[in-house]
Design a protein around this ligand. Structure first.
Ligand code: UDP
Length: 340
């Protein structure tokens, strides 16, 4: 059985759906602070409401002794559960270090303890990290490989970076097998339209523009138009959430076959500016989006584009659904169902 923490969240829920489609037994742990209860109902997956940092609970789950595990031991952990608002992390770093760092550390300790207790193949962990760990890369480093120096510039990015470091230390000391994924900009929704992005508050570009298209918002603010890019707005690498989900399955299969420690960027290698995203959304929705130019958002790098050749070469992964039109089509379908 696979334990998925944060399985009621955006990327977590899509991964749970794909795991189940592939025949994996899954149990989800989520505190439902940001996770969506109705995703769990829709996924029809065994569910435990709780904290990833609750050592006793994790220990019970890993052993298969929790009633939702039906006596099945956990064979791998996919750890999504985290707070992920950059602005909030600046205002309240304690919340981020407590939940993201202390919570994950406690989970990792329990995983290693349980592996030791079993005295058989160690339990692998798949960890959600972020391109925010790179901070503001030099333009010479674009596209960004996994070797690019990591200099996170906010507590959110640092909390993820710290866990990456802890995982490395645990792998050396306790042979913890791991896959660390550094996501670029997750976007899109499940093609069925029944899972998708639902953040409260919403801060991400695509859902905010879709809100404007639906008339839930007057306009979209563009944070800065004086960047050194072709149209002056920031460039990001948008990756379909289904492609992120498929990477987790491949990561799981990789670490089961060939134990070790792997770090992969997950993006597409193609960047789009804020204005290009607005233009594509206008095409897909047929709506005219009003824009308002405002100041740069503090800490936004001008360009973030992933070099994903390592994920392709080592795991055989490549994005299959991340064509921009497909991303927007799926996001729009979901957004209309969820928010109209
Ligand atoms: N952005 C914007 N207006 C918004 C939200 C985002 O102009 O209301 C820009 C932001 O500056 C960045 C890009 O859109 O360049 C993507 O931002 P998002 O918050 O979606 O993801 P991030 O890249 O910060 O992880």
């Amino acid at each position: 059985m696979i334990l998925v923490t944060g399985g009621a969240g955006y990327i977590g829920s899509h991964t749970v759906r794909l795991l189940m489609d592939k025949g994996y037994d899954v149990v989800v742990l989520d505190n439902l602070v940001h996770g969506q209860k109705d995703f769990i109902e829709r996924l029809n997956v065994p569910f435990i409401q709780g904290e990833a940092g609750d050592g006793n609970l994790i220990s019970t789950i890993l052993k298969g002794s929790h009633k939702e595990c039906c006596s099945k031991e956990i064979e791998a952990v996919i750890h999504f559960a985290a707070y992920a608002y950059v602005g909030e992390s600046v205002k309240d770093p304690a919340k981020y270090y407590k939940n993201n760092v202390t919570g994950s550390l406690s989970l990792l300790i329990e995983v290693c303890n349980e592996s030791k207790r079993r005295n058989s193949a160690p339990i692998p962990i798949i960890f959600s990290s972020t391109c925010a760990t790179y901070g503001i890369p030099e333009s010479i480093d674009i596209p960004i490989t996994e070797k690019c120096i990591q200099k996170p510039i906010n507590p959110y990015g640092r909390s993820k970076y710290m866990i990456e470091q802890i995982i490395h230390d645990f792998s050396v000391a306790y042979s913890l097998p791991s896959v660390i994924f550094r996501y670029f900009n997750a976007a899109g929704a499940h093609p069925s339209g029944d899972l998708g992005e639902h953040h409260d508050p919403e801060t991400h570009l695509i859902p905010l523009i879709l809100d404007a298209a639906l008339g839930r918002k007057e306009n979209i603010e563009i944070f800065g138009c004086d960047y050194e890019t072709k149209d002056g707005t920031c460039i990001r690498d948008y990756i379909h959430v289904q492609d992120l989900a498929s990477a987790h399955i491949m990561g799981l299969e990789l670490v089961k076959k060939k134990t070790g420690n792997y770090t992969f960027n997950l993006g597409t290698g193609t960047g789009y500016s804020v204005l290009q995203i607005i233009e594509e959304i206008e095409k897909v929705t047929g709506e005219n989006i009003k824009v308002k130019y405002t100041n740069r958002r503090i800490g936004d790098p001008s360009v973030l584009i992933a070099d994903c050749s390592k994920a392709r070469n080592v795991m055989g992964w490549k994005p299959e659904m991340s064509d921009l039109k497909k991303i927007i089509d799926d996001a729009w379908k979901w957004h209309k169902i969820r928010f109209k």
